[in-house]
Design a protein around this ligand. Structure first.
Ligand code: NAD
Length: 434
């Protein structure tokens, strides 16, 4: 099938590459010429495990191309997948300007019948809007069908998620459109759930809001555990045996971040408000997360009478491991607050440092390894649970830090490990080791 993917971010590029891998003829379109030039040379604009290799393989096979010229990309397309960003507006709602721009360019440049699929996360009713914008601006007498197809991949495991995801959701009431899209996805061999467009659009927001709720729920439980001397990990394990609950997404920590949960929870609150429904539960989920992201600062303030002048090693900057994405990362909030307290922050991340430099306060100093950061610091924080931190020899902290104290925002170590290393260890929802 001839497919054009508009937007080559985390979703668009992964989708394009994976569709090419199953032998579709794919062209990826982006307005960012530098990205296009890099991709043509086999350089991925984002860090995503396995992506660059698969991209190069399919460029060489001849079924993956790139362009910044929409007319070129749309020329032969049977299906156009919209995968541009839908960032958060100041009021929390989704910004649809990029979606609208793509719809207008589709209207301007398509010359044959086509199915337009919205993969970007968009509020209920947006596909109607896309259809209308296209109809209002169409230059040729062609038939354009619109369908919703939300994306569920996770950054850091996006390729695996695309090939082994839990489901593909297709929202359309047009049988022919549904069967063409089923055919497109057939090689992935995944369960396909078909529904109407509005429900499909809602499935994405409801899924992300539910996952965010699970995280905020366990974080609240974690904070109570700390005060009562219980261990949140055991609590989550014990809860997780119950099939109705499940163990996934019950890891206490310093909250969720990234490009999706924060913006999608805010957007759903706005969507609900638009139909005069006050989504109180979700507002609390957001509030809990905002507090949770800065919890390590409170712990530091409680531990040190005067943290001013201390140097802290901040290990992990990306919003989660295996990605370079810094959008809404807790490290940003923490670095700002620690610097305001008069502390010196020495930061290290295996992949995200370049992106971090554009987000973190300029006073932050960057190290080339965790060892380098730790050797210059009084104490340490873990903000992102990269494997290399989990595999760290905790005993070395005695040697490297002035005061061997670790605040672990992601519970990377067992209490046993911390005890054996002879360090002071403060984690989330578990008793501290002193
Ligand atoms: P991104 O910001 O990484 O990428 C968007 C890309 O679109 C950019 O490269 C930009 O240059 C390009 N673009 C913007 N306007 C364009 C236009 N008119 N024509 C061509 N290209 C254009 O975004 P992302 O993280 O891939 O997210 C895309 C959508 O998918 C969002 O709605 C997001 O909520 C949703 N989503 C994201 C994830 C994720 O993990 N990142 C997961 C599921 C769903």
């Amino acid at each position: 099938m001839k497919i054009a993917v508009v937007g080559t971010g985390y979703v668009g590029l992964v989708t394009g590459v994976c569709l090419a891998e199953v032998n579709h003829d794919v062209i990826c379109i982006d307005t960012d010429l530098q990205k296009i030039k890099n991709m043509e040379q086999g350089i991925s604009p984002i860090y995503e495990p396995g992506l660059e290799e698969l991209m190069v393989k399919n460029i060489n096979k001849g079924n993956l191309k790139f362009t910044n010229i929409h007319v070129e990309g749309f020329k032969n397309a049977e299906v156009i997948i919209i995968a541009v960003g839908t960032p958060q507006m100041p009021d929390g709602s989704a910004n649809l300007q990029y979606i609208e721009a793509v719809a207008k360019s589709i209207a301007e440049y398509v010359t044959k019948d086509v199915i337009v699929v919205t993969k970007s996360t968009v509020p209920v009713g947006t596909n109607d809007f896309v259809r209308q914008v296209i109809l209002d601006n169409l230059k040729c007498d062609v038939n354009v069908k619109v369908a919703s197809n939300p994306e569920f991949l996770r950054e850091g495991s996006a390729i695996v998620d695309t090939f082994q995801g839990d489901r593909i959701v297709i929202g359309t009431q047009d049988e022919e459109t549904a069967s063409i899209l089923e055919m497109m996805y057939e090689p992935f061999g995944l369960p396909i759930f078909k529904t109407d467009i509005y429900s499909s659009e809602m499935i994405k927001y409801a899924s992300n809001a539910f996952l965010a709720t699970k995280i905020s729920f366990i974080n609240e439980v974690s904070n109570i555990c700390e005060k009562l001397g219980a261990n949140v990990e055991d609590v989550a394990n014990g809860m997780g045996f119950d099939n109705r609950i499940g163990r996934a997404f019950l890891n206490a920590g310093i909250g969720y971040g990234g490009s999706c949960f924060p913006k999608d929870t805010h957007a759903l609150v706005q969507i609900a408000g638009g139909v005069h429904h006050d989504f109180e539960l979700l507002k609390s989920v957001i509030e809990v997360n905002n507090k949770q992201q800065r919890l390590l600062v409170d712990k530091i303030k409680a531990r040190f009478e005067n943290p001013e002048g201390k140097t802290v090693a901040m290990l992990g900057l990306a919003f989660k491991p295996n990605t370079d994405d810094m959008r809404e990362a807790a490290s940003s909030v923490l670095a700002r607050e620690l610097i305001q307290l008069g502390m010196k922050v020495i930061a290290y991340d295996p992949i995200a440092i370049e992106n971090a430099k554009t987000q973190l306060p300029q006073q932050v100093i960057y190290a080339n390894s965790s060892e380098e950061a730790l050797k210059q610091s009084d104490f340490a924080l873990i903000v992102t649970e990269w494997d290399e931190f989990k595999q760290m020899d905790l005993g070395k902290l005695q040697e490297w830090l002035t005061e061997p104290i670790l605040f672990d925002g992601r519970n990377c170590f067992t209490l046993e490990q911390a005890k054996n290393a002879g360090i002071e260890y403060h984690s989330m929802g578990r008793p501290s080791i002193m």
